[in-house]
Design a protein around this ligand. Structure first.
Ligand SMILES: Cc1ncc(COP(=O)(O)O)c(C=O)c1O
Length: 396
């Protein structure tokens, strides 16, 4: 006899309100900071953006941070700054959000997928090595769920072939690898500050780098590729010229004020996320058929997602698991439908299902359970109870 009948099979949902898989946490300090910013001289990119950039650069231990309007535009700027263009190939993971590959596609380069290391769920350096051709210009690895990818192995491949590396660290802000913060790795590392990420500015992104020239290019491209003080026009203060195809990816002081206030809470966010992860790990240790996230070895991740794999022995497959959780009002999600399944990448670049068997096998079981700093112990309990009840229903 099971104590709780899963809602999917006729029982009562475990909760009335929906618990999302991710959520922002906005406190009074953030609200005050935003109101204060609105009273400032600038509400577009001004001194608060600069302060936010400096604080992030200090935090990750690099010389430059360039704020932009989203993780997606950060990838676009980074691809442009890296010089990706027509005829170039850029190697990336299929198990990611589409924007990761757009560091290449927005610039006219070809995204070349390589299979993943199923343990870390991110690019396998050996698979990357196999995809390198004379047209390969860069690599865009992604730190899946906040777990650092094989940074050492991937940098080795980049060194062998003189490739630019853009780390998609959208999930990984606040984490560390091998004693150094995520963000300190070459050539560029980018973050997203979307509301479900580790800190938020509403929408927003940031690129960090130690390379002076890349930083200069990123700043120029972010603002129309404009030279505001061109040589030979010193007597004409109005004379500003566009030197190339730039963008308006400027963030506002309002967003930066929110970002600074969120940074003050980063340690608390990490502590709470870690507590929830320990509670999940403990609850699922004896549940057959659930693979929990990898134990970190040389890293201290700040996990953005708690992504499990539903496998043999659980009692139902991933599709049924997701629908059963939704019936309980638990907003689980799947990260991600592999990019080579998407019409855009299939039609434009000729990929098809079957091309990356390891990414596909991981995808088949993947589910992200709710994880965010606003969750209390009762929320965590709802998730673990619902998962246990589902298994019991199927196996007893
Ligand atoms: C891995 C990854 N890359 C890129 C992005 C794009 O970031 P944004 O939503 O800030 O444009 C996201 C966010 O959804 C992401 O998860």
């Amino acid at each position: 006899m099971t104590e709780k009948i899963p809602a999917h099979y006729g029982g009562e949902p475990i909760r009335e309100d929906v618990l999302g898989y991710g959520s922002q946490s906005i406190g009074e300090n953030e609200k005050e900071a935003v109101v204060e910013a609105l009273d400032g001289d600038y509400i577009t990119r001004g001194p608060t953006v600069e302060a936010f950039e400096e604080r992030v650069a200090d935090f990750v231990g690099v010389d430059h941070a360039v704020a932009t309007t989203s993780g997606t535009t950060a990838l676009h700027l980074a691809g442009r700054a890296a010089g990706f263009g027509d005829g170039d190939e850029v190697i990336t993971t299929p198990l990611t959000f589409a924007s990761t590959a757009h560091a290449a596609t927005y610039c006219g380069a070809t995204p070349v997928f390589a299979d993943i290391d199923p343990h870390l769920r991110s690019l396998d350096p050996e698979a990357v090595r196999e995809q390198v051709t004379e047209d390969t210009k860069g690599i865009v690895p992604m730190h899946y769920a906040g777990q650092p990818a094989d940074i050492e192995g991937l940098l080795e491949v980049a060194d062998e072939h003189d490739l630019t590396v853009i780390w998609d660290a959208c999930h990984a802000f606040g984490g560390r690898w091998n004693g150094e913060p995520i963000g300190a790795q070459r050539d560029m590392v980018m973050f997203s500050f979307h509301p479900v990420k580790n800190i938020t500015t509403g929408e927003g992104g940031m690129i960090v780098t130690d390379d002076d020239e890349l930083a200069e290019r990123l700043r120029r491209l972010r603002s129309f590729d404009m030279d505001y003080t061109p040589e030979g026009h010193e007597e004409e203060p109005w004379y500003q010229v566009t030197e190339g195809l730039g963008y308006n990816y400027n963030v506002t002081d309002i967003q930066a004020a929110l970002g600074l206030a969120q940074l003050d809470r980063l340690d608390d966010f990490k502590r709470r996320r870690d507590e929830i992860i320990s509670q999940y790990d403990e609850a699922f240790a004896n549940v057959v058929g659930i693979r929990t996230p990898p134990e970190p070895t040389e890293s201290e991740p700040m996990y953005h997602l708690y992504a499990v794999e539903i496998g043999e022995g659980f009692g139902c497959d991933r599709t049924e698991f997701v629908n059963a959780m939704h019936a309980e009002n638990l907003g689980v999600q799947v990260h991600y439908v592999p990019l080579h399944y998407h019409p855009y990448f299939r039609e434009e670049f000729g990929y098809e299902q079957g091309d990356f068997p390891k990414a596909e096998a991981v995808y088949d079981g993947l589910v992200s359970l709710p994880l965010h700093a606003e969750m209390d112990d009762a929320d965590v309990d709802d998730v673990t109870t619902a998962v246990e009840a589902l298994q019991t229903y199927h196996t007893e």
